[in-house]
Design a protein around this ligand. Structure first.
Ligand code: ARG
Length: 565
C-alpha cells in the first residue's frame, strides 16, 4: 500500500490533483512529529491562506482511521501518524508472500516495449563508452519485464558501411585465420589500423575496399562469409561480457538487416512528397522544425544511418506492434533521433510519439591520481570494458584479502563484487549526467556503492544463518529504527514503477543504498539474535524481508549477492 496516495486521496485539496498532493508528502527525519508530513508552504500561494491556517483546517477535516490514525498541525506542517503495526504487518506479509516477485506488478500486461540498447559496432573494441547503454538498457529491460510488460531487447548492430570492405581487404592481404580466431576483436582492430596506415600511402586501396563492400551488398559468397565470420566473432566475444553483466537480447537485427527494407520507406517518402534533391543527395527538409535536413540517400545512391533507423522503426512497429520503443543511446545522437522521430511523424506514422530516445551522459575513467584517462580509437588508447572488469576483480580480491583473508572461494566473491561495483557505479546518477569513474570510488566498501549494498546484504544472510529460523510475529511495538526500515521496504513497488515511468534505473540504486543504510542503522542499534520478548523473532523477520527487497532490487540491475564477503 502507498501511504502517500492513501493520505492524498483523503485530503481532497482544491486546485491540486491527488498525484500532486502525494508528491508533496514527505517523511520527516524526526519521527516524534509524525511518520508522514505535508508542508503547507507551497499550498499557501494556491489557496491564498497562511500555511498555519491551511494545516489547521486540514487537520480538523482529516478523517483519521485505522490506517492513518492522526493528523495534527504544527508550524505550517500537517503531520500524520500511521498505524505502524498495521503497516508492518501488511508490508512483511506481502514480502513473505511474494518473495522474489515482491515489487513486481502486472501493469504492463498486454503491452510491448522494444528496447534498443548496447548496439555495438562489429569488429570494434567494446569499450567503457558502451557501459552506460548496456547497463541502463539491461536494467530497463528487466524492470519492464518485472512490471509485466513484454520487453524486447534489441542489439541494433553497427554492421554496415565501407569499413567492412576495408576489413576484408586487410584480412585478405595480411590476415591469419588462427590469429583472428584466437585474438578476436583485437586482431580485427589491428588489421583495420594497419589498413589505414597503408591506405594513407596508397589511396587506390580505398577503391578496392569500396568494391569489396559492394560485393557484400550484392551477395557475393566469399565476401559475405568473411563478413559473417567477423560478425559472429564479435558477438561471441561480447556475449561473454554480456553474460557477466547479466544482459541479454531477443534480437541482433543490426543495420545490414535493413538492406532490403529501405526501398519501401524511400518510395513512401517520395510518394508523400517529403523527399527533396539537394546537391545530388536526397533529403527530408526539416528547416520548419529548426533542424538540419535528414539525409536519406547520398549522391552515389548509398543509404545512411538515418535511412536504416527509419526502416528499423517501421520494421519494429510491424513486427512487435510496440506500445513504446526506447533507444538507449548517448546524448551525442540527440539530433539524430529528433530527426528520425520527426520524419516518421511527417510520414503520418501516428506511433512516432511512442519512440523515446533515452539519452545519457558520457562515462570517463579517472586514474589513481584523479586525472581523466585519455581515450581515442585511432590511437588505440581505448579503455576496454573487459579490462575494466578484470581490474575491478583484481582490486576487489586485494580488498577481500585484507579484510577477510579466510573467506572461502575469494576469487568468485571478488568477481561478483567487482562486476557489481561497475554496474552499480554506472547507474549511480541520473542517467543524463556524465559519469567520472574511479576504481577507488566504485569499490569503496563504505561509500554509496555496489559493494556497500552487497556487503550489507551478505550481513543479512549471515544473521539469518546464525539464527535458528524465526516465526514472523506482528504483535510487536516497533522502535523508530525498525519502523523506518519497514516503511522503506513498503515503498519498493512504487520505486520500481517510478523508475520505469521516468526511465531511471538510478531510482533503484538510490533506493538500494537507502535500504542498506537503514538496515545498518538498525543492525548497530538493535540486538537481533538473543533479543528479549518478541524482539528476536520480529527482527529476524525484518532482516529476512530486507534481504528479499535488496535481492530483488539488485537483481533488477543485474547484480548478484555473495553468500559471504
Ligand atoms: N551503433 C551505434 C553507435 O555506436 C548505436 C546504434 C543505436 N541504435 C540505433 N537504432 N541507432 O553509435
Amino acid at each position: 500500500m502507498n501511504y502517500r496516495n492513501y493520505i492524498a486521496e483523503k485530503l481532497k485539496l482544491d486546485g491540486l490533483t491527488e498525484e500532486e498532493v502525494s508528491a508533496l508528502i514527505l517523511t520527516p527525519p524526526e519521527k516524534e512529529m509524525g511518520d508522514y508530513a505535508l508542508p503547507c508552504f507551497k499550498l499557501a500561494k494556491i489557496l491564498r491562506k497562511s500555511p498555519n491556517l491551511i494545516a489547521e483546517e486540514l487537520a480538523k477535516a482529516y478523517p483519521a482511521d485505522e490506517v492513518v490514525v492522526s493528523a495534527t498541525a504544527l508550524n505550517g506542517y500537517l503531520n500524520f501518524k500511521v498505524n505502524r503495526a498495521a503497516l508492518a504487518k501488511e508490508t512483511l506479509e506481502s514480502i513473505f508472500a511474494a518473495g522474489e516477485k515482491y515489487g513486481s506488478s502486472d501493469i504492463g500486461e498486454g503491452k510491448t516495449v522494444c528496447i534498443d540498447y548496447s548496439s555495438i559496432n562489429i569488429a570494434k573494441p567494446f569499450h567503457i563508452g558502451h557501459l552506460s547503454t548496456t547497463v541502463i538498457g539491461g536494467a530497463l529491460y528487466r524492470i519492464f519485464k518485472f512490471l509485466g510488460y513484454n520487453a524486447v531487447g534489441i542489439n541494433h548492430l553497427g554492421d554496415y558501411g565501407t569499413q567492412f570492405g576495408k576489413l576484408i581487404y586487410a584480412y585478405k592481404k595480411w590476415g591469419d585465420e588462427e590469429r583472428v580466431k584466437e585474438n578476436g576483436i583485437r586482431e580485427l582492430t589491428a588489421l583495420y589500423v594497419r589498413y589505414h596506415a597503408e591506405a594513407e600511402k596508397n589511396p587506390a586501396m580505398d577503391d578496392e575496399a569500396r568494391h569489396y563492400f559492394k560485393l557484400i551488398e550484392d551477395g557475393d559468397k566469399e565476401c559475405n562469409d568473411l563478413f559473417n565470420f567477423f560478425k559472429s566473432l564479435t558477438i561471441k566475444e561480447v556475449e561473454k561480457i554480456y553474460d557477466e553483466l547479466g544482459v541479454s537480447f531477443d534480437s541482433y537485427a543490426g543495420e545490414s538487416f535493413y538492406n532490403d527494407k529501405m526501398q519501401p520507406i524511400i518510395d513512401e517518402l517520395e510518394e508523400k512528397g517529403l523527399l527533396v534533391e539537394s546537391e545530388g543527395a536526397k533529403i527530408v527538409d526539416l528547416s520548419d522544425y529548426g533542424m538540419p535536413p535528414c539525409l536519406i540517400l547520398r549522391s552515389d545512391g548509398a543509404s545512411l544511418y538515418a535511412t536504416r533507423d527509419l526502416a528499423a522503426a517501421c520494421y519494429r512497429k510491424a513486427t512487435y506492434n510496440f506500445d513504446k520503443c526506447l533507444y538507449v543511446v548517448a546524448y551525442q545522437q540527440d539530433l539524430h533521433f529528433k530527426q528520425i522521430f520527426k520524419v516518421l511523424e511527417l510520414m503520418g506514422k501516428t506511433w512516432a510519439k511512442d519512440l523515446v530516445h533515452v539519452s545519457y551522459g558520457m562515462v570517463s575513467l579517472l586514474d589513481e591520481n584523479g586525472n581523466q584517462v585519455a581515450m581515442s580509437t585511432r590511437n588505440g588508447t581505448v579503455v576496454l570494458l573487459d579490462d575494466v572488469l578484470k581490474r575491478c576483480h583484481e582490486k576487489c580480491l586485494k580488498i577481500i584479502e585484507e579484510k577477510n583473508p579466510n573467506l572461502e572461494d575469494k576469487e568468485t566473491v571478488a568477481k561478483i563484487v567487482g562486476t557489481g561495483a561497475v554496474i552499480f557505479g554506472a547507474l549511480s546518477n541520473s542517467k543524463i549526467k556524465d559519469v567520472a569513474f574511479s576504481y577507488d570510488k566504485i569499490l569503496n566498501f563504505d561509500g554509496e556503492t555496489g559493494p556497500y549494498v552487497q556487503y550489507t546484504a551478505a550481513r543479512m544472510k549471515s544473521v539469518l544463518r546464525k539464527a535458528n529460523g524465526f516465526k514472523p510475529n506482528f504483535d510487536y511495538a516497533m522502535n523508530d529504527e525498525e519502523y523506518e526500515l519497514i516503511a522503506k521496504l513498503s515503498e519498493f513497488p512504487d520505486v520500481v514503477k517510478a523508475s520505469a515511468e521516468k526511465l531511471e534505473p538510478f531510482f533503484i540504486t538510490r533506493y538500494a543504498i537507502e535500504v542498506a543504510s537503514l538496515y545498518n542503522k538498525f543492525y548497530f542499534d538493535c540486538k537481533i539474535i538473543g533479543a528479549d520478548g518478541g524482539a528476536e523473532n520480529f527482527r529476524l523477520a525484518l532482516t529476512s524481508a530486507a534481504l528479499t527487497v535488496v535481492t530483488n532490487a539488485l537483481s533488477l540491475l543485474g547484480i548478484k549477492i555473495p553468500e559471504r564477503m
